[in-house]
Design a protein around this ligand. Structure first.
Ligand code: HAM
Length: 457
Protein backbone atom coordinates (compact mmCIF):
# COMPACT_ATOMS: atom_id res chain seq x y z
CA UNK A 1 0.00 0.00 0.00
CA UNK A 2 2.64 2.60 0.87
CA UNK A 3 4.50 1.58 -2.32
CA UNK A 4 1.46 2.19 -4.57
CA UNK A 5 0.88 5.57 -2.95
CA UNK A 6 4.44 6.63 -3.65
CA UNK A 7 4.14 5.68 -7.34
CA UNK A 8 1.03 7.80 -7.90
CA UNK A 9 2.73 10.74 -6.25
CA UNK A 10 5.79 10.42 -8.47
CA UNK A 11 3.74 10.33 -11.68
CA UNK A 12 1.79 13.39 -10.59
CA UNK A 13 4.97 15.38 -10.00
CA UNK A 14 6.40 14.43 -13.37
CA UNK A 15 3.36 15.68 -15.37
CA UNK A 16 3.35 19.13 -13.70
CA UNK A 17 5.26 21.53 -16.04
CA UNK A 18 8.22 23.04 -14.31
CA UNK A 19 8.71 26.83 -14.52
CA UNK A 20 12.35 27.71 -14.55
CA UNK A 21 13.44 29.87 -11.61
CA UNK A 22 14.80 32.40 -14.16
CA UNK A 23 11.37 32.84 -15.77
CA UNK A 24 9.69 33.16 -12.36
CA UNK A 25 12.14 35.80 -11.24
CA UNK A 26 11.75 37.73 -14.53
CA UNK A 27 7.97 37.60 -14.11
CA UNK A 28 8.27 38.82 -10.53
CA UNK A 29 10.47 41.72 -11.62
CA UNK A 30 8.06 42.56 -14.46
CA UNK A 31 5.18 42.73 -11.98
CA UNK A 32 7.08 45.39 -10.07
CA UNK A 33 7.41 47.69 -13.09
CA UNK A 34 4.87 50.45 -13.76
CA UNK A 35 2.24 49.72 -16.42
CA UNK A 36 3.30 50.63 -19.99
CA UNK A 37 2.81 54.31 -20.79
CA UNK A 38 2.32 55.30 -17.15
CA UNK A 39 4.94 56.93 -14.96
CA UNK A 40 5.71 57.96 -11.40
CA UNK A 41 6.16 61.57 -10.37
CA UNK A 42 8.89 61.62 -7.73
CA UNK A 43 9.58 64.42 -5.20
CA UNK A 44 12.25 66.12 -7.34
CA UNK A 45 9.85 66.46 -10.28
CA UNK A 46 6.91 67.26 -8.01
CA UNK A 47 8.47 70.68 -7.31
CA UNK A 48 7.94 71.69 -10.91
CA UNK A 49 4.38 70.26 -10.87
CA UNK A 50 3.54 72.26 -7.74
CA UNK A 51 5.06 75.36 -9.31
CA UNK A 52 2.94 74.93 -12.47
CA UNK A 53 -0.19 74.46 -10.40
CA UNK A 54 0.47 77.61 -8.39
CA UNK A 55 1.09 79.65 -11.57
CA UNK A 56 -2.12 78.28 -13.12
CA UNK A 57 -4.18 79.09 -10.01
CA UNK A 58 -2.78 82.63 -9.89
CA UNK A 59 -3.56 83.22 -13.56
CA UNK A 60 -7.06 81.77 -13.81
CA UNK A 61 -8.78 82.71 -10.57
CA UNK A 62 -8.84 86.50 -11.25
CA UNK A 63 -10.87 85.69 -14.40
CA UNK A 64 -13.52 83.99 -12.24
CA UNK A 65 -12.59 80.34 -12.92
CA UNK A 66 -13.26 78.13 -9.88
CA UNK A 67 -11.52 74.86 -9.14
CA UNK A 68 -13.51 71.63 -9.47
CA UNK A 69 -12.63 67.96 -9.29
CA UNK A 70 -14.61 65.50 -11.42
CA UNK A 71 -14.52 61.69 -11.17
CA UNK A 72 -11.94 59.82 -13.23
CA UNK A 73 -14.47 57.04 -13.81
CA UNK A 74 -17.51 57.87 -15.93
CA UNK A 75 -20.08 55.83 -17.85
CA UNK A 76 -18.68 54.69 -21.21
CA UNK A 77 -21.75 56.07 -22.97
CA UNK A 78 -20.83 59.61 -21.87
CA UNK A 79 -17.70 59.55 -24.03
CA UNK A 80 -19.35 57.64 -26.87
CA UNK A 81 -21.96 60.39 -27.12
CA UNK A 82 -19.77 63.32 -26.02
CA UNK A 83 -16.28 62.82 -27.40
CA UNK A 84 -17.92 61.11 -30.40
CA UNK A 85 -18.25 57.59 -31.82
CA UNK A 86 -16.18 58.54 -34.88
CA UNK A 87 -13.12 59.77 -32.98
CA UNK A 88 -9.88 57.82 -32.55
CA UNK A 89 -10.31 58.23 -28.79
CA UNK A 90 -13.62 56.34 -28.70
CA UNK A 91 -12.75 53.93 -31.52
CA UNK A 92 -9.43 52.71 -30.19
CA UNK A 93 -8.08 54.48 -27.14
CA UNK A 94 -10.45 54.10 -24.21
CA UNK A 95 -9.72 52.06 -21.10
CA UNK A 96 -13.21 50.62 -20.63
CA UNK A 97 -14.49 47.75 -18.52
CA UNK A 98 -17.64 46.41 -16.91
CA UNK A 99 -18.09 46.73 -13.17
CA UNK A 100 -19.15 43.70 -11.10
CA UNK A 101 -22.68 45.01 -11.40
CA UNK A 102 -22.42 45.00 -15.21
CA UNK A 103 -22.15 48.77 -15.68
CA UNK A 104 -19.90 49.83 -18.57
CA UNK A 105 -17.43 52.43 -17.35
CA UNK A 106 -14.35 54.19 -18.75
CA UNK A 107 -11.30 55.90 -17.27
CA UNK A 108 -11.82 59.41 -18.65
CA UNK A 109 -9.82 60.00 -21.85
CA UNK A 110 -10.63 63.71 -21.58
CA UNK A 111 -12.46 65.92 -19.09
CA UNK A 112 -15.00 67.96 -21.06
CA UNK A 113 -17.93 65.46 -21.24
CA UNK A 114 -17.63 64.87 -17.47
CA UNK A 115 -17.90 68.58 -16.73
CA UNK A 116 -20.99 68.90 -18.91
CA UNK A 117 -22.50 65.83 -17.25
CA UNK A 118 -21.92 67.51 -13.91
CA UNK A 119 -23.41 70.81 -15.15
CA UNK A 120 -26.60 68.99 -16.17
CA UNK A 121 -26.72 66.75 -13.08
CA UNK A 122 -26.35 69.67 -10.64
CA UNK A 123 -28.68 72.05 -12.48
CA UNK A 124 -25.90 74.59 -13.04
CA UNK A 125 -28.00 76.39 -15.64
CA UNK A 126 -29.67 78.02 -12.60
CA UNK A 127 -26.37 79.62 -11.61
CA UNK A 128 -24.94 82.86 -12.97
CA UNK A 129 -23.74 82.18 -16.52
CA UNK A 130 -21.15 81.49 -17.75
CA UNK A 131 -20.16 78.85 -15.23
CA UNK A 132 -16.34 79.00 -15.30
CA UNK A 133 -14.39 76.08 -13.89
CA UNK A 134 -10.87 74.71 -13.99
CA UNK A 135 -9.38 71.35 -13.06
CA UNK A 136 -6.11 69.49 -13.20
CA UNK A 137 -5.97 65.72 -13.26
CA UNK A 138 -5.11 62.44 -14.99
CA UNK A 139 -6.59 61.30 -18.30
CA UNK A 140 -6.22 57.86 -19.92
CA UNK A 141 -5.76 56.99 -23.58
CA UNK A 142 -4.52 53.69 -24.94
CA UNK A 143 -2.05 55.19 -27.42
CA UNK A 144 1.35 53.93 -28.53
CA UNK A 145 3.65 55.35 -25.85
CA UNK A 146 6.49 57.58 -27.09
CA UNK A 147 8.13 60.84 -26.05
CA UNK A 148 5.35 63.20 -24.94
CA UNK A 149 2.65 60.57 -25.44
CA UNK A 150 1.54 58.52 -22.46
CA UNK A 151 -1.36 56.29 -21.53
CA UNK A 152 -1.85 58.15 -18.28
CA UNK A 153 -1.18 61.86 -18.64
CA UNK A 154 -2.37 64.99 -16.91
CA UNK A 155 -4.26 67.95 -18.25
CA UNK A 156 -5.07 71.39 -16.95
CA UNK A 157 -8.51 72.36 -18.30
CA UNK A 158 -10.62 75.50 -18.36
CA UNK A 159 -14.31 75.31 -19.28
CA UNK A 160 -16.66 78.30 -19.61
CA UNK A 161 -20.26 77.19 -20.06
CA UNK A 162 -23.39 79.22 -20.74
CA UNK A 163 -22.28 82.03 -23.04
CA UNK A 164 -21.52 82.28 -26.75
CA UNK A 165 -19.76 85.66 -26.85
CA UNK A 166 -16.57 85.65 -28.94
CA UNK A 167 -14.78 87.58 -26.19
CA UNK A 168 -14.86 84.39 -24.09
CA UNK A 169 -13.00 82.51 -26.84
CA UNK A 170 -10.34 85.22 -26.88
CA UNK A 171 -10.17 85.22 -23.07
CA UNK A 172 -9.56 81.46 -22.87
CA UNK A 173 -6.85 81.64 -25.55
CA UNK A 174 -5.28 84.71 -23.92
CA UNK A 175 -5.18 83.08 -20.45
CA UNK A 176 -3.59 79.95 -21.93
CA UNK A 177 -0.82 81.96 -23.61
CA UNK A 178 -0.26 83.92 -20.39
CA UNK A 179 0.14 80.68 -18.43
CA UNK A 180 2.58 79.28 -20.98
CA UNK A 181 4.58 82.52 -20.89
CA UNK A 182 4.67 82.61 -17.08
CA UNK A 183 6.01 79.05 -17.20
CA UNK A 184 8.87 80.26 -19.37
CA UNK A 185 7.44 78.94 -22.66
CA UNK A 186 7.11 82.01 -24.84
CA UNK A 187 8.05 80.48 -28.18
CA UNK A 188 4.55 79.20 -28.85
CA UNK A 189 2.44 79.43 -32.00
CA UNK A 190 -1.30 79.83 -31.59
CA UNK A 191 -2.98 77.91 -34.42
CA UNK A 192 -6.57 78.95 -34.93
CA UNK A 193 -9.50 78.06 -37.19
CA UNK A 194 -13.27 78.19 -37.21
CA UNK A 195 -15.32 75.10 -37.98
CA UNK A 196 -18.58 77.02 -38.13
CA UNK A 197 -21.94 75.64 -37.07
CA UNK A 198 -23.58 72.42 -38.33
CA UNK A 199 -25.34 74.47 -41.04
CA UNK A 200 -22.09 75.83 -42.55
CA UNK A 201 -20.53 72.41 -42.26
CA UNK A 202 -23.12 70.69 -44.45
CA UNK A 203 -21.80 72.53 -47.54
CA UNK A 204 -18.21 72.07 -46.49
CA UNK A 205 -18.68 68.32 -46.05
CA UNK A 206 -19.87 68.08 -49.68
CA UNK A 207 -16.85 70.11 -50.80
CA UNK A 208 -14.46 67.81 -48.94
CA UNK A 209 -16.03 64.64 -50.35
CA UNK A 210 -15.67 66.05 -53.88
CA UNK A 211 -12.14 67.29 -53.20
CA UNK A 212 -10.88 63.91 -52.03
CA UNK A 213 -12.91 61.90 -54.57
CA UNK A 214 -10.05 61.40 -57.07
CA UNK A 215 -7.34 61.30 -54.41
CA UNK A 216 -8.56 58.42 -52.23
CA UNK A 217 -5.75 56.09 -53.30
CA UNK A 218 -3.12 58.50 -51.95
CA UNK A 219 -4.60 58.53 -48.44
CA UNK A 220 -3.60 56.24 -45.55
CA UNK A 221 -5.90 53.29 -44.73
CA UNK A 222 -7.40 55.07 -41.73
CA UNK A 223 -8.25 58.12 -43.85
CA UNK A 224 -9.85 55.96 -46.53
CA UNK A 225 -12.30 54.81 -43.84
CA UNK A 226 -12.58 58.33 -42.38
CA UNK A 227 -13.53 59.70 -45.77
CA UNK A 228 -16.76 57.73 -45.67
CA UNK A 229 -17.61 58.36 -42.02
CA UNK A 230 -16.25 61.83 -41.38
CA UNK A 231 -14.19 63.61 -44.06
CA UNK A 232 -13.20 66.38 -41.59
CA UNK A 233 -10.96 63.84 -39.84
CA UNK A 234 -8.88 63.44 -43.02
CA UNK A 235 -7.80 67.07 -42.73
CA UNK A 236 -6.63 66.34 -39.21
CA UNK A 237 -4.45 63.35 -40.13
CA UNK A 238 -0.82 63.91 -39.13
CA UNK A 239 0.63 61.43 -41.67
CA UNK A 240 2.83 63.13 -44.29
CA UNK A 241 1.11 61.48 -47.27
CA UNK A 242 -2.35 62.64 -46.15
CA UNK A 243 -1.10 66.13 -45.34
CA UNK A 244 0.37 66.33 -48.83
CA UNK A 245 -3.03 65.45 -50.34
CA UNK A 246 -4.78 68.06 -48.15
CA UNK A 247 -2.46 70.94 -49.06
CA UNK A 248 -4.85 72.59 -51.51
CA UNK A 249 -8.08 71.80 -49.74
CA UNK A 250 -10.54 74.76 -49.83
CA UNK A 251 -10.45 76.45 -46.39
CA UNK A 252 -13.44 75.87 -44.11
CA UNK A 253 -13.63 79.61 -43.31
CA UNK A 254 -14.78 80.23 -46.91
CA UNK A 255 -17.90 78.22 -46.07
CA UNK A 256 -18.89 79.99 -42.85
CA UNK A 257 -22.38 81.48 -42.59
CA UNK A 258 -22.62 85.19 -41.83
CA UNK A 259 -23.03 84.72 -38.07
CA UNK A 260 -20.14 82.28 -37.74
CA UNK A 261 -17.97 84.48 -39.90
CA UNK A 262 -18.72 87.52 -37.73
CA UNK A 263 -18.08 85.48 -34.56
CA UNK A 264 -14.66 84.38 -35.82
CA UNK A 265 -13.75 87.88 -36.99
CA UNK A 266 -14.49 89.25 -33.54
CA UNK A 267 -12.45 86.52 -31.80
CA UNK A 268 -9.47 87.55 -33.94
CA UNK A 269 -10.03 91.25 -33.23
CA UNK A 270 -10.04 90.61 -29.48
CA UNK A 271 -6.84 88.58 -29.81
CA UNK A 272 -5.25 91.47 -31.73
CA UNK A 273 -6.26 93.79 -28.91
CA UNK A 274 -4.33 91.73 -26.32
CA UNK A 275 -1.47 91.20 -28.79
CA UNK A 276 -1.83 87.45 -29.07
CA UNK A 277 -0.35 86.54 -32.45
CA UNK A 278 -1.92 83.61 -34.24
CA UNK A 279 -1.62 81.55 -37.36
CA UNK A 280 -4.84 81.04 -39.34
CA UNK A 281 -4.70 77.30 -39.92
CA UNK A 282 -7.45 76.12 -42.26
CA UNK A 283 -6.67 72.42 -41.76
CA UNK A 284 -6.93 72.54 -37.98
CA UNK A 285 -9.99 70.40 -37.17
CA UNK A 286 -9.15 68.96 -33.70
CA UNK A 287 -9.70 65.27 -33.19
CA UNK A 288 -12.93 65.46 -31.19
CA UNK A 289 -16.47 65.46 -32.58
CA UNK A 290 -18.02 68.20 -30.49
CA UNK A 291 -16.31 71.34 -31.74
CA UNK A 292 -18.19 74.18 -33.40
CA UNK A 293 -16.86 77.60 -34.46
CA UNK A 294 -13.48 78.52 -32.88
CA UNK A 295 -10.83 75.79 -32.49
CA UNK A 296 -7.21 76.39 -31.52
CA UNK A 297 -3.97 74.69 -30.50
CA UNK A 298 -0.68 75.78 -28.97
CA UNK A 299 2.33 74.47 -30.88
CA UNK A 300 5.94 74.75 -29.77
CA UNK A 301 7.45 77.00 -32.48
CA UNK A 302 10.88 75.37 -32.16
CA UNK A 303 9.75 71.75 -32.66
CA UNK A 304 10.05 69.93 -35.98
CA UNK A 305 6.92 67.96 -35.21
CA UNK A 306 4.93 70.84 -33.76
CA UNK A 307 1.52 69.46 -34.74
CA UNK A 308 2.20 66.16 -32.96
CA UNK A 309 3.65 67.78 -29.88
CA UNK A 310 0.87 70.29 -29.30
CA UNK A 311 1.07 71.68 -25.77
CA UNK A 312 -2.67 72.11 -25.65
CA UNK A 313 -5.82 72.82 -27.54
CA UNK A 314 -9.49 73.52 -27.27
CA UNK A 315 -12.45 75.22 -28.79
CA UNK A 316 -16.17 75.91 -28.68
CA UNK A 317 -18.67 73.12 -28.18
CA UNK A 318 -22.00 74.92 -28.54
CA UNK A 319 -23.86 71.73 -29.50
CA UNK A 320 -22.38 69.33 -26.93
CA UNK A 321 -24.82 70.00 -24.09
CA UNK A 322 -27.71 69.19 -26.42
CA UNK A 323 -25.99 66.04 -27.71
CA UNK A 324 -25.61 64.81 -24.14
CA UNK A 325 -29.31 65.39 -23.46
CA UNK A 326 -29.15 68.70 -21.60
CA UNK A 327 -30.79 72.01 -22.42
CA UNK A 328 -28.97 73.57 -25.40
CA UNK A 329 -26.16 75.68 -23.86
CA UNK A 330 -23.07 77.10 -25.55
CA UNK A 331 -19.62 76.63 -24.06
CA UNK A 332 -15.93 76.40 -24.72
CA UNK A 333 -12.74 75.24 -23.12
CA UNK A 334 -9.09 74.37 -23.38
CA UNK A 335 -6.75 71.65 -22.13
CA UNK A 336 -3.00 71.98 -21.68
CA UNK A 337 -0.93 68.79 -21.47
CA UNK A 338 1.06 68.95 -18.22
CA UNK A 339 3.72 66.34 -19.12
CA UNK A 340 4.52 68.12 -22.39
CA UNK A 341 4.68 71.51 -20.68
CA UNK A 342 6.94 70.19 -17.94
CA UNK A 343 9.21 68.43 -20.45
CA UNK A 344 9.54 71.70 -22.41
CA UNK A 345 10.32 73.60 -19.23
CA UNK A 346 13.00 71.06 -18.31
CA UNK A 347 14.45 71.18 -21.80
CA UNK A 348 14.68 74.97 -21.60
CA UNK A 349 16.01 74.73 -18.03
CA UNK A 350 13.37 77.16 -16.83
CA UNK A 351 14.30 78.45 -13.42
CA UNK A 352 11.43 77.82 -11.04
CA UNK A 353 10.88 79.59 -7.78
CA UNK A 354 9.71 77.43 -4.91
CA UNK A 355 12.85 75.38 -4.36
CA UNK A 356 13.55 77.55 -1.27
CA UNK A 357 15.63 76.01 1.55
CA UNK A 358 14.07 75.62 4.98
CA UNK A 359 15.26 78.11 7.63
CA UNK A 360 15.99 75.81 10.56
CA UNK A 361 17.13 72.25 11.26
CA UNK A 362 16.39 70.75 14.66
CA UNK A 363 19.39 68.64 15.76
CA UNK A 364 19.33 66.35 18.80
CA UNK A 365 21.67 64.04 20.68
CA UNK A 366 20.61 61.40 23.22
CA UNK A 367 17.30 59.82 24.17
CA UNK A 368 15.97 62.65 26.37
CA UNK A 369 16.81 65.25 23.68
CA UNK A 370 15.06 63.11 21.05
CA UNK A 371 11.93 62.96 23.23
CA UNK A 372 11.90 66.71 23.86
CA UNK A 373 12.58 67.41 20.18
CA UNK A 374 9.29 65.77 19.21
CA UNK A 375 7.30 68.45 21.07
CA UNK A 376 9.62 71.34 20.20
CA UNK A 377 9.51 70.49 16.51
CA UNK A 378 5.71 70.54 16.37
CA UNK A 379 5.67 73.86 18.27
CA UNK A 380 8.00 75.42 15.69
CA UNK A 381 5.81 74.08 12.85
CA UNK A 382 2.70 75.48 14.58
CA UNK A 383 4.11 79.01 14.74
CA UNK A 384 5.03 78.87 11.07
CA UNK A 385 8.82 78.42 11.25
CA UNK A 386 10.16 76.68 8.14
CA UNK A 387 11.87 73.85 10.01
CA UNK A 388 13.09 70.29 9.28
CA UNK A 389 14.01 67.45 11.63
CA UNK A 390 16.39 64.49 11.59
CA UNK A 391 14.93 62.54 14.50
CA UNK A 392 16.00 59.23 12.96
CA UNK A 393 19.67 60.26 13.12
CA UNK A 394 21.85 59.83 16.21
CA UNK A 395 25.14 61.49 15.31
CA UNK A 396 25.61 65.25 15.63
CA UNK A 397 28.12 65.20 12.75
CA UNK A 398 25.68 63.71 10.26
CA UNK A 399 22.95 66.10 11.37
CA UNK A 400 25.26 69.10 10.87
CA UNK A 401 26.13 67.74 7.45
CA UNK A 402 22.41 67.61 6.68
CA UNK A 403 22.03 71.23 7.89
CA UNK A 404 24.66 72.27 5.34
CA UNK A 405 23.09 70.20 2.61
CA UNK A 406 19.65 71.71 3.23
CA UNK A 407 21.18 75.20 3.36
CA UNK A 408 19.38 76.20 6.58
CA UNK A 409 20.31 79.47 8.24
CA UNK A 410 20.02 78.27 11.83
CA UNK A 411 20.47 74.94 13.59
CA UNK A 412 18.72 74.36 16.89
CA UNK A 413 20.85 71.86 18.83
CA UNK A 414 19.61 69.93 21.87
CA UNK A 415 22.37 67.83 23.43
CA UNK A 416 22.18 65.74 26.59
CA UNK A 417 23.20 68.69 28.81
CA UNK A 418 20.68 71.04 27.16
CA UNK A 419 17.91 68.45 27.44
CA UNK A 420 18.37 68.13 31.22
CA UNK A 421 18.71 71.89 31.71
CA UNK A 422 15.76 72.77 29.44
CA UNK A 423 17.95 74.89 27.19
CA UNK A 424 18.92 74.77 23.51
CA UNK A 425 21.84 75.98 21.40
CA UNK A 426 21.03 78.15 18.40
CA UNK A 427 23.84 77.96 15.88
CA UNK A 428 24.26 80.44 13.08
CA UNK A 429 25.24 78.19 10.18
CA UNK A 430 27.04 80.98 8.32
CA UNK A 431 29.59 81.89 11.01
CA UNK A 432 29.25 78.99 13.49
CA UNK A 433 28.43 81.34 16.41
CA UNK A 434 26.27 79.57 19.02
CA UNK A 435 23.99 80.99 21.65
CA UNK A 436 22.36 79.22 24.62
CA UNK A 437 18.69 80.05 25.14
CA UNK A 438 15.95 78.71 27.39
CA UNK A 439 13.63 76.19 25.75
CA UNK A 440 10.62 78.31 26.79
CA UNK A 441 12.11 81.26 24.86
CA UNK A 442 13.05 79.25 21.76
CA UNK A 443 10.25 80.40 19.45
CA UNK A 444 10.91 84.12 20.17
CA UNK A 445 14.67 83.70 19.79
CA UNK A 446 14.32 81.82 16.52
CA UNK A 447 12.03 84.48 15.10
CA UNK A 448 14.48 87.19 16.26
CA UNK A 449 17.41 85.29 14.78
CA UNK A 450 15.70 84.81 11.43
CA UNK A 451 14.68 88.49 11.27
CA UNK A 452 18.31 89.48 11.89
CA UNK A 453 19.46 87.15 9.11
CA UNK A 454 16.97 88.67 6.67
CA UNK A 455 18.25 92.18 7.54
CA UNK A 456 21.85 91.10 7.03
CA UNK A 457 21.13 89.85 3.51
P1 HAM B 1 -6.84 67.20 -26.72
O1 HAM B 1 -6.31 67.97 -27.85
O2 HAM B 1 -7.26 65.80 -26.97
O3 HAM B 1 -8.07 68.04 -26.15
O4 HAM B 1 -5.79 67.20 -25.55
C1 HAM B 1 -5.23 68.39 -25.07
C2 HAM B 1 -3.75 68.23 -24.78
O5 HAM B 1 -3.53 67.11 -23.92
C3 HAM B 1 -2.89 67.94 -25.99
O6 HAM B 1 -2.60 69.10 -26.72
C4 HAM B 1 -1.65 67.35 -25.33
O7 HAM B 1 -0.80 68.39 -24.85
C5 HAM B 1 -2.23 66.60 -24.17
N1 HAM B 1 -2.32 65.16 -24.50
C6 HAM B 1 -3.27 64.53 -25.23
N2 HAM B 1 -3.01 63.23 -25.33
C7 HAM B 1 -1.86 63.00 -24.66
C8 HAM B 1 -1.06 61.83 -24.38
N3 HAM B 1 -1.41 60.62 -24.80
N4 HAM B 1 0.08 62.00 -23.67
C9 HAM B 1 0.45 63.21 -23.20
N5 HAM B 1 -0.27 64.33 -23.41
C10 HAM B 1 -1.41 64.25 -24.14
C11 HAM B 1 -8.89 67.62 -25.15
O8 HAM B 1 -8.63 66.73 -24.40
C12 HAM B 1 -10.14 68.49 -24.98
N6 HAM B 1 -10.96 67.91 -23.92
C13 HAM B 1 -9.74 69.92 -24.68
C14 HAM B 1 -10.90 70.81 -24.42
C15 HAM B 1 -11.33 71.23 -23.21
N7 HAM B 1 -11.71 71.27 -25.35
C16 HAM B 1 -12.67 71.99 -24.76
N8 HAM B 1 -12.45 71.96 -23.43
Amino acid sequence: MPKAKKKTKKTATRTTPKTSPKVTSRKKKEALRAVKGVKDILPKEMKIWDYCQSVIKKQVEPYGFQKVEMPILEKTELFERGTGEGTDIVQKEMFSFSTKGGEKVTLRPEGTPGVLRSYIEHGMHNKTQPVKVYYIGPMYRHERPQAGRYRQFHQFNLEAIGNDQPILDAEVIHISTRILKKLGLDNIEVQINSLGCPECRKDYKETLINFYAGKRRRLCDDCKKRLRRNPFRVLDCKKDKCQAVSVNVPPVVDYLCEECNDHFKRVLEYLDEVEVTYNLNSTLMRGLDYYTRTVFEFWPADSKEAAQSSLGGGGRYDGLMGTLGGRSTPGLGVALGMERIIASMQEKEVNIRGGKSPDVLLIQLGELAKKKSLRIFSELVDVGVSVREALHKDSIKSQLRLANKLGVRLAVIIGQKEATEDTVLIRDMADGVQEIVKMSKLVDEIKKGLKKKIKER
